[in-house]
Design a protein around this ligand. Sequence first.
Ligand code: SF4
Length: 235
Amino acid sequence: MPRRKTGSAAKAKSKAAARPWSAAEVYEAFSRFRAANPEPKGELEHLNAYTLLVAVVLSAQATDVGVNRATRHLFPVADTPQKMIALGEDKLREYIKTIGLYRTKAKNVIALSEQLIALHGGQVPRDRAALEALPGVGRKTANVVLNIAFGEPTIAVDTHLFRVGNRTGLAPGKTPLEVELNLLEVVPDEFMRHAHHWLILHGRYTCVARRPLCETCIINDLCRWPEKTVFLAAP
Ligand code: SF4
């Protein structure tokens, strides 16, 4: 029966824990993520690049589940910028009123739809600067759209990736941008396409904020978090 070690015993090893990951360890971690889930998918429901963009804008400070609940009714009637504008801000607000900050988000969705028509022929641009110029769209949203809609090797750092990057020591950083740039540096090319999804799912379901499920974590032995729960072989 393995013995469990937590807290202080593990903390005593915190010095060693600060050791950066080697390239071989990073490769090993992502190999395990890939083996466990070869084709990871995002959890925001969408019908096309435009509805993905809208869903990501709506998801700021909201859960994917809450956004999906609203967009399941919205997207069948408004899956293009033209249809969204025809729907109008008042009716859009009704569809999304269960989502936090819905008034501001409704305004942004209408404004970004107008800009897509005026500047991009009604299409979602495959370009970071053009995306970030849209109302309500920041770096994280642009990264999600570039990655999921266009297959670009970008990594969007949300609260889960920020926690996982720092806690594991894989890509520490004081800001989401620092974590993103560190991840871009360490993640091998062959894993870049799905790195965002593997890490977000890991943070959402295993390396959760309060009580991470270290017991079932597939990168437990690689993780540098001094407070992780580890199993020792029986004496
Ligand atoms: S061992 Fe624990 S703290 Fe480390 S990545 Fe896994 S779940 Fe997170």
